[in-house]
Design a protein around this ligand. Structure first.
Ligand SMILES: [Zn+2]
Length: 71
């Protein structure tokens, strides 16, 4: 909890996360991340891609969501 920012993000998207940088590919804008997530989900219908703004690098990352992982 080293950074403090105003929380004025509109809840327009169903998928928002507060995660840290994991060395993933990043996007400079939310729209770029959304577009990339859409492409990923079109390529693989079984996966849900979420986006989040990284508190470390302040860019946007994708993350895969697996609500029900088969064993
Ligand atoms: Zn990051």
């Amino acid at each position: 909890m080293s950074t403090r920012r105003n929380k004025k993000v509109a809840e327009s998207k169903a998928y928002r996360f507060n995660l840290i940088c994991e060395g993933k590919r990043f996007f400079k804008t939310e729209q770029e991340a959304i577009d990339a997530a859409d492409v990923r989900m079109l390529e693989n219908m079984s996966v849900t891609i979420g986006i989040y703004q990284c508190a470390t690098c302040m860019h946007w990352h994708l993350t895969s969501i697996k609500p029900d992982q088969k064993t």
